[in-house]
Design a protein around this ligand. Structure first.
Ligand SMILES: [Zn+2]
Length: 128
């Protein structure tokens, strides 16, 4: 069973209905070993944000962690913490930041910011 495939189906359902069914909540916990309580607490605490650069329209997604910002590429299920902790990838664990981000995306809880293109370099440098 492919965990990401399963999760994509669940998040697709949440996105459409803006509801988390109890069986989907159990499934998320089973697939990821994280509790929904913790995931939802972080989902509501404005950690997922999206910069929309103007006028280019480029969108860059971030997760604000306790110590730093992580770059999120939701289409390929990538979080920049994975390059810092490659063992997570080896163990095929799904990154916690990505999960919270996906929940925020599905429920419409991402904070969007319009930013001038000239700040692109500056913002990307904060990731280091
Ligand atoms: Zn991460």
């Amino acid at each position: 069973m492919n965990v990401v495939h399963e999760l994509n189906k669940i998040f697709g359902r949440i996105y459409k209905t803006k509801l988390i069914l109890i069986e989907d909540a159990f499934k998320i916990e089973e697939l990821t070993n994280y509790t929904m309580e913790k995931l939802l607490t972080d989902a509501r605490s404005h950690r997922a944000k999206r910069y929309i650069f103007q006028p280019s329209g480029i969108e860059v997604n971030f997760y604000t962690g306790r110590e730093k910002e992580y770059l999120i590429l939701p289409n390929v299920w990538y979080c920049s913490c994975m390059s810092q902790y490659p063992s997570n990838m080896m163990k095929r664990r799904v990154c916690y930041h990505l999960l919270v981000y996906m929940i925020c995306d599905a429920l419409g809880l991402i904070d969007n910011y319009n930013v001038e293109d000239e700040y692109f370099q500056l913002i990307m440098q904060e990731l280091k």
